[in-house]
Design a protein around this ligand. Structure first.
Ligand code: FAD
Ligand code: DLZ
Ligand code: SF4
Length: 516
């Protein structure tokens, strides 16, 4: 048989299963299509990233002697959809099947699955660029009521031998989270970032992205994402040398001015395939063994990749498609309009959203405890929030975005992923960040014109979701405080929260938000 090997935009690895076994006469196709840029209104950096990285990868394949067909966004015969474009090219080259590694989204997996019996059949192979396959995860999950990261992660450590000394974990503990909760400090200085040179291929891709998708969020003027393996390796080495040692301690800190702190910024490169999770974890382990970074930093970092990243992927593939429809807390609110333009006087939200608009990036605690926590407290419906996270971050692909948003942030999966919702009042943000001193609200007040909205919303959230949450053992203390509160205080807080919620401008989507 003569296959067309379709390489998707997030499969830019020479080790990809379909490429490894490529027959000599195979045609490899990469397709830029408008449908993938628009099914949610992706940030312009993300579109530029995919276009530039795909073009560079096609070039690298040609340099290796492969026969590559590349569909550019403005080719006259481009059908602008992945399925039809792959089939059109397959027919053009006389191929009798389309072969593809498992895509990163169920939406595409399902469309491809349905064409397995077509005259031009699609064949899917496992994407083995991960530590675990969906089958491995299903076997681990079998018979378990709750799927806790911590147990999955320990097995991953034992299985891979990463940070293991024989049968025991390096440093004597599996988890050093306790040491990793320091707030932001004025005295910290953060590593300056490497600037990636933009060659002619990158410049052309960015120009095309701008031409076709200029209405999308963000500006390409400050585009600095890695689009080749060489640039991704430069980012990795920079992080190992300048970020890793402090990664642990300040993992949860939030800054009013600094978007990246000691985070690695490697998620986009990992997710599109320019780096493998194996090489990143092994390089971090080497830095520990060489004495360049402490165990709390290296363990914390490796847990994110070997633990969380694999865990959310397993969860996604074993729970979809039902997972995407989950909404156990029954949320119905549309997304507040300011998520698209940052137009709010709540300083923490304004900064997290503005940094997102600027860089197509926010670090984990901004995503979880600022934009995520606010959406949870307001009861934003999962579909609206998930579409936003999927659109605005350069590293967003549904297999990793959905469990984080629907499960971890919105607790919409009934606690499958997290044993309690990550809800917090302004007190938490005040403790971890330096936002509140620049804010018109006060994190110490719960009611009144200066009161931080997070505070009344927090109690309002607990009150309105009590039926679902008050029997949760991890929520017992907080529900105890709520029940001891005087009626007048509760009434005043409820009123404050309701008035705030009534005044929130909502949007039906990006197009509309642009005009508000
Ligand atoms: P670092 O803090 O340096 O962490 C190192 C690596 O660990 C990351 O590059 C990433 O590959 C991995 N990692 C860390 N946390 C997680 C996590 N919770 N789940 C999976 N992998 C993790 N990450 C994505 O890659 N794509 C997404 O679409 C995405 N959506 C998110 C949505 C929400 C609501 C939340 C709360 C988190 C989301 N995350 C997502 C996880 C995390 O926020 C990002 O991976 C991280 O901020 C990327 O920045 P970094 O590379 O500097 O990460
Ligand atoms: C996100 C994205 C964008 C913007 N553009 C493309 C594209 O032109 N071609 C492509 O193959 N993939 C693109 N992607 C990624 C896809 O939306 C999707 O997430 C992955 O292909 C799933 O494996
Ligand atoms: Fe955010 Fe409230 Fe602090 Fe303002 S006072 S920055 S709204 S937590």
């Amino acid at each position: 048989s003569k296959p067309l090997l379709l390489v998707l935009g997030d499969q830019l690895s020479l080790s990809l299963a379909t490429l490894r076994d490529a027959p000599t006469d195979a045609v490899i196709a990469l397709c830029e299509v408008a449908e993938e840029a628009r099914y949610v209104p992706h940030h312009i950096h993300k579109i530029g990233l995919f276009m530039a990285a795909m073009r560079h990868f096609a070039q690298a394949l040609r340099d290796k002697g492969y026969n590559v067909h590349y569909s550019r966004i403005d080719d006259a015969d481009n059908t602008q959809s992945l399925i039809t474009e792959a089939e059109r090219i397959a027919i053009q080259y006389g191929c009798n099947e389309v072969r593809v590694a498992r895509p990163g989204e169920w939406r595409l997996w399902n469309a491809m699955q349905q064409r397995q019996e077509a005259t031009l059949p699609w064949r899917m192979v496992e994407d083995d660029r991960f530590f675990t396959s969906p089958d491995d995860f299903a076997n681990w999950a079998k018979g378990r009521k709750q799927l806790r990261l911590e147990y999955f992660y320990r097995e991953q450590r034992k299985r891979t031998g990463l940070l293991m000394e024989g049968d025991t974990p390096a440093g004597g503990k599996w988890n050093f989270d306790h040491d990793n909760r320091e707030p932001i400090k004025a005295t910290l200085s953060f590593p300056s970032l490497p600037t990636h040179r933009q060659d002619a291929l990158t410049q052309e891709a960015l120009t095309d992205a701008k031409h076709h998708f200029s209405e999308h969020m963000g500006s390409l003027d400050n585009f600095n994402l890695p689009v080749t393996r060489r640039q991704a390796l430069a980012d990795l080495n920079h992080f190992l040398d300048h970020g890793l040692a402090d990664f642990g301690r300040y993992q949860d800190a939030i800054s009013d001015t600094e978007p990246f702190l000691y985070h690695s910024r490697l998620s986009a490169a990992l997710n599109i395939g320019l780096l493998t999770p194996h090489e990143v974890c092994e390089a971090a382990e080497q830095h520990y063994l060489a004495g360049h970074a402490p165990i709390n930093a290296v363990e914390g970092f490796i847990r994110q990749i070997l633990g969380w990243r694999e865990y959310v992927r397993g969860l996604y593939w074993t729970q979809m498609p039902a997972y995407k429809r989950e909404n156990r807390l029954g949320f119905e609110r549309e997304l507040p309009a300011f998520y698209w333009n940052g137009n709010t006087d709540m300083r923490c939200l304004q900064r997290a959203i503005q940094m997102t608009i600027d860089n197509s990036y926010a670090h984990h605690i901004q995503r979880l405890m600022v934009t995520g926590n606010f959406a949870l407290l307001c009861g934003v419906k999962p579909e609206a929030l998930c579409d936003w996270y999927l659109a605005v971050y350069a590293d967003a692909c549904e297999w990793v975005e959905l469990p984080n948003t629907l499960g971890m942030v919105l607790h919409a999966d009934g606690g499958l992923m997290g044993s309690k919702p990550y809800c917090a009042s302004g007190k938490y943000i005040d403790k971890m960040s330096d936002h509140c001193q620049h804010c018109r609200y006060s994190p110490k007040q719960v009611t009144g014109p200066k009161a931080c909205p997070f505070n009344s919303l927090y109690w309002h959230f607990l009150e309105t979701n009590a039926e679902q949450l008050n029997r949760n053992p991890r929520m017992k203390l907080i529900y105890g405080s709520l029940s001891r509160m005087k009626d007048e205080k509760r009434d005043a807080m409820r009123l404050q929260a309701e008035q705030f919620l009534d005044s929130l401008p909502t949007s039906q989507g990006y197009g509309q938000a642009l005009h508000t």
